[in-house]
Structure formats: C-alpha cells, structure tokens
Design a protein around this ligand. Structure first.
Ligand code: PEP
Length: 246
C-alpha cells in the first residue's frame, strides 16, 4: 500500500515568537506541495500563536499527559491541546523516554488518550547504539512498539516514527538498508497486531533527515514520511525536505 507522505517538524525546546515567520513560510510552501502532508510541533507555549500564523498547516504538541486534568504539575492534557486547535501530538520521543523516564506503558496510555481526543498521534520508537551493536535492534524496537501501541489503534489516526537514538541530532543518518530492514519489521509487527489496518498506518523515519538525504530516505520501502528535528527550524532547511517528499 502506498501512502501519502507525512513530514513533521519537531522543534523540541527551540523557537520563540519571533521565529513564527518560519512556520508561515513553511505553511506557504506546504500548500504548493499538494501531495504531501506537513505539520509542525513547536513548544507548547507557541502552539496558539503558531496556529494563528499557520494558514491551516496542522500544528501539534510534543507530548501529552494520559489524564484529562488534575494534579500533574507542569503537564498538558489532550483537551488543552484541542482547545488551542492542535491537531497532532508526538508521544514517546526518545528524549522523553530518556530524560523523563517514560516507559512503554506510559507512552501507550498517552497515545490512547490522544487518539480518544481526536489528535493524530505519532508514537516514537528506536534503538540505542548498544542495541544495534548487539544486533538486538529489531527485537528491541518491535518490543517497544508492542508495548507502546494503543489498543484502540483504529480510532483516529495513529502514526509510528522509527527514530534510532544514535541518529537523532548527530548527523549520523541510518543507511537506506538499515531503514528498510526496520521499517519492514515494523510494518510486519503492525499487521500482526492490527490485521489489514496495520497496512494503513504511516511509518516515519527520523534521525538527521536533511535536504541532501531526504530523497534517498523517502525512496526506501515502507518509509511514509519523516520526523525532522534540527532541519525543521527554518523554512530554508525544511522546505526542500517537503519538496523531496512530493
Ligand atoms: C527528532 O528529534 O525527532 C529528530 C529526528 O531530530 P534530528 O532531525 O535533529 O535528528
């Protein structure tokens, strides 16, 4: 099954109000790239202002709590994201799994809440350099996926992002062969778990995607788009990646 490609920018803890012009420029370019879905996930504080500047380009969060409200100081809920017209959310990014010690079970609970609230939900998985050196990478990632996938995967739009930790923010992009192996394994695991519906879930690659490697990555089987960190911060760098997906 061939999917429309999805290219998502993850601004991480970067950006400020003065940089929202980049989102406006990205949105204008995304409109021209008719065959590609594009979205940006800025920090929470910028979501409302980004929505106002985005001309319909979907804006999302980089995390969400699994509860709807309550005593969870510092967290943001799915209804809060909805209220400011966020349309998607990233859950289980490796930086949160590392820094906030998020487990598969927590990621799964977040994904379930996000889907229930109609947010397109990007569940991230990826192995460490050690896992790969030990040749455990496929087993590690498929186990992570199994633990992180929501039960109600059919409700709303679930997306999986494969992001090898050693490739994030390092400039060390995975080879097309590495990506092909893992995306095929993820596709097989999705089909095993969800049946035919598993064919419909888009699988993004993330990890040092740039203008000069994007086309080769998008050509790999079962790569249905990209999750882009550093190169999503400016239109100059991000627009060529969108165009490579078109
Ligand atoms: C990411 O954090 O999702 C990511 C892929 O970062 P970068 O593109 O900077 O490697």
């Amino acid at each position: 099954e061939v999917h429309r490609k999805l290219v998502v920018g993850n601004w991480k803890m970067n950006g400020n109000l003065n940089q929202l012009g980049e989102i406006a420029a990205i949105a204008a370019a995304a409109k021209e790239a008719a065959g590609v879905d594009v979205a940006i996930c800025p920090p929470f504080t910028l979501i409302a202002a980004a929505v106002a500047r985005s001309g319909g380009l979907p804006i999302g969060g980089q995390d969400v709590h699994s509860a709807e409200s309550g005593a969870h100081t510092g967290n943001v809920s799915a209804p809060m994201l909805q209220e400011v017209h966020a349309r998607l959310v990233i859950v289980g990014h490796s930086e949160r799994r590392a820094e906030q010690h998020e487990t598969d079970a927590e990621v799964r609970a977040k994904a379930e809440t996000a889907l229930r609230h109609g947010l397109q939900t990007i569940v991230c998985v990826g192995e460490s350099e050690m896992d790969r050196a030990a040749r455990d990478h496929v087993a590690v990632v498929t186990a992570q996926l199994e633990g992180s996938l929501p039960d109600q995967a059919h409700d709303g739009e679930l997306v999986v992002a494969y992001e090898p930790i050693w490739a994030i923010g390092t400039g060390n992009v995975a080879t097309p062969e590495d990506i092909a192996e893992m995306h095929a394994a993820i596709r097989a695991a999705l089909v095993e778990r969800l049946g035919e519906f598993g064919e419909r879930i888009r699988i993004l690659y993330g990890g040092s995607v740039k203008a000069d490697n994007a086309a080769a990555i998008f050509a790999v089987p079962h790569v249905d788009g990209a999750l882009v960190g550093g190169a999503s911060l400016t239109a100059d760098q991000f627009v060529p990646i969108i165009e490579a997906a078109a």
